[in-house]
Design a protein around this ligand. Sequence first.
Ligand code: 3IO
Length: 334
Amino acid sequence: KTAGLLAVFMLCAALFSASVVSAADISLSYANFPPAKTFPCVQMERWKQEVEKRTAGKVQVQTYPGSTLLGAKNTLRGVMQGQADIGCVSLAYHPGVFPLSSVFELPLGFTSSTSASLALWDLYTKYQPKEFKRFKVLTMFASAPSNIMTKVPVRNLDDLKGLEVRASGILSKILESLGATPVSMPMSATPEALQKGVVKGLFSSFEVLKDLNFAEICRYETETNTAVYPFAIIMNMNSWNSLPDDVKKVLNDLGREQAEWTGKYMDEHVKRSLAWAKDKYSIEMIKMSDADMQAIKDKTLPLIEDWKEKAAAKGVDGAAVLSDVEELRIKYEG
Ligand code: 3IO
């Protein structure tokens, strides 16, 4: 008799605790590779706040900046396998894996993170490309246009000849076509490479001058305003499928808004960081001649054809994608 009562009691306790756990608390882990101060992590904290607010605390997000849960190169696999529920991926770190979305790594003339981020999100929602089929994509965004930050002045294309400069993906190919010696690595590996002298500079957006203190070591900033780096925030498919519908709606509704928020934050932050770097380290801003700027356009043009061929080999209609991106660029650049 006592054993029967005990069994009933234990069953009730089990049911009770299960219902409490499922109703009150959904905990999602979110892995990010660069340090907490950088823009991918700033947007992560904003997303966490919005999600927790809009679900009235039903969802809690545990954020892991600085590769504390997954690093730059193993976030894709880690999220797929469920080591984190959510992860931040810089697409350029995975050449060939994103034949459609990598179009944003080409020199297409985007002048802001806001316009590139909105165009990227619209392109994703239109095509729903199969390169993301294993994931739920929560949002996407892009860095501001890339520029050359170096220890030595790069005043013209001649100065760039043979110079070791860090980039990733198609942006490394852009450097190569300009005569530099690109060294591909994630942003998270760049501070050490600069310190050790493995590279003389980097090719990315200017806000890292402040956020990673690169202004201290890279006093020369050459404006090229070429390609952006596209990002995706991906979620494990089982984690997504296990969410209740009201939570799914909150996350879906945040997709475009988060892309725009991140773009606007980035564009403002680039200005703040440049002002800070001028004030603190007296960085020199360099503009190349009109002839060199035209040469940059001419020399990087073949990369667009390259991309189209690679896209075609993966079943992506590159010409259609490029024409859609151009339409979106005009729409969002105004
Ligand atoms: C980036 C990546 C991590 C932290 C700050 C950043 N600013 C621009 C990027 C773009 C990127 O992925 C890269 O590797 O330059």
